[in-house]
Design a protein around this ligand. Structure first.
Ligand code: PLP
Length: 424
């Protein structure tokens, strides 16, 4: 079947009339190459179908939530069984206790859990808990890190008051000196430090956390009586079956989880150690849907597969296959790729491509050949991404490299990206 986007374009036109800018957030119109579909009809395993019926090997996994494969049967069965009994009820089902027990059992620093819906809820509850626990104001966050879309952390300035971010102080990720300086400048008023498990920002190469940096963050927090908060919303359970920093021997006091913890069902969590329990007991946080039982049943089953299955080894094998294949293809076609980060959460950028015109052209050519890649966000794989899927994807990316090579002289930057990177 040849690729087409008639239905998608019709829906985009309708959306523009009834949805601000046609779409919001990271799906806003113009945030991806123009040919990228905005509307999807279904997903299964490693595959995604858009409204025009085009089938893709999906390298984004819903921007993280898909870990075991779309529609993974055991999780869907657990969710369906609970949904048949009741979902949003006047209070939680017993699965809230089972889910909290599972997380406390899997994450070394966790002694308790609070459940919410989105990663933003979880990171926000974590900083509120740190402030309640310490009775201090300042939260130290890395410049450019994404922690969600609430006023304290949203990357866009519109509608946000300086007061909303007044007590967020910035340091440079992996720069222990900048963290120490932030502590010094706010002595006696630091409630906590928030950090992602590794550097994963849009438009940038990923970078692993430096052990020295993580250890210093822990020491500085201990010395100042501040809480160390790990934002695991994106990386959690994609690097390890517990805390991402356990391998470094660094335990945070609080961590925020979301995205894949129920394989696509809407639930997120804050977990904490007993050092943060008083704070967690004192705050008021809730939501109409936060006690819903279906996502919790899905979460219990997802966590069981995380503990007992080989999803992690599979995603790593798939990621390694893609990375090696792309490296060879790029070289054969005369391009240099920068593939950074863990193979199972890669950032794939072109060298010498400051306005992303090569990247945009390449992912668009791959899209039309049945592979959904991202030009500037880290990608994700699931346990359903088989080595055969990666071989199929690589056949498409090889042709995509050849097509870009042919068009190279006539490529233009996407206007939105050009504006973003225009010298001021
Ligand atoms: C996605 C993300 C969030 C926000 O999660 P939402 O579910 O989108 O609110 C927070 N932190 C990190 C690191 C994320 O990747």
């Amino acid at each position: 079947m040849t690729w087409s986007n008639t239905k998608n374009e019709e829906l985009k036109a309708r959306a523009h009339k009834v949805i601000p800018r046609g779409m919001f957030g990271h799906q806003s119109t113009g945030m991806l190459p123009d040919e990228y579909p905005q509307f999807f009809s279904r997903a299964r395993g490693s595959r995604l179908w858009d409204v025009d019926g085009n089938e893709y090997i999906d390298m984004m996994c819903a921007y993280g939530p898909n870990l075991l494969g779309y529609g993974f049967e055991p999780v869907e069965a657990a969710a369906a069984a609970q949904a048949a009994l009741g979902d949003a009820m006047t209070g939680p089902s017993q699965s809230i206790v089972e889910l909290a027990e599972a997380l406390v059992g899997m994450i070394d620093h966790a002694d308790w859990a609070i459940f919410c819906k989105n990663g933003t809820d979880a990171t926000t509850i974590a900083i509120v808990t740190a402030r309640a626990q310490t009775r201090r104001r300042k939260i130290l966050a890395a410049t450019g890190a994404y922690h969600g879309a609430a006023p304290w952390c949203t990357p866009r300035p519109a509608g946000v008051l300086p007061e909303d971010k007044a007590h967020i102080v910035y340091y440079q990720y992996n720069d222990a000196d900048s963290l120490e300086a932030a502590f010094k400048a706010n002595e006696g008023d630091v409630a906590g430090v928030i950090a992602t498990p590794f550097l994963h920002e849009t438009f940038k190469d990923e970078a692993d956390v430096e052990r020295e940096f993580a250890a210093t963050a822990r020491q500085l927090c201990d010395k100042a009586g501040a809480m160390l908060i790990l934002d695991e919303v994106r990386a959690g359970f994609r690097l390890a079956r517990g805390s991402s920093w356990a391998r470094l021997g660094v335990q945070p006091d609080l961590s925020a989880w979301g995205k894949c913890i129920a394989n696509g069902h809407p639930i997120s969590a804050v977990v904490g150690s007993d050092a943060a329990r008083k704070g967690a007991e004192s705050i008021f946080v809730t939501g109409s849907f936060w006690f819903a039982a279906t996502p919790m049943a899905a979460g219990v089953e997802t966590l069981r597969h995380i503990r007992e299955g080989d999803y992690l080894e599979r995603t790593i094998a798939a990621g390694r296959r893609l990375r090696e294949g792309l490296q060879q293809q790029a070289a054969a076609h005369g391009f240099t790729l920068r593939q950074s980060g863990p193979v199972q959460m890669p950032m794939i950028l072109f060298e010498d491509d400051p306005d992303f015109r090569l990247g945009y052209a390449w992912v668009t050519e791959a899209l039309k050949r049945g592979v959904y890649l991202h030009p500037y966000h880290n990608m994700f794989f699931s346990a359903a991404h088989s080595l055969e899927d990666m071989a199929t994807a690589l056949a498409a990316t090889d042709d995509a490299f050849a097509a870009v090579k042919q068009r190279k002289g006539s490529l233009e930057p996407h206007p939105v990206v050009a504006r973003m990177f225009a010298p001021h």
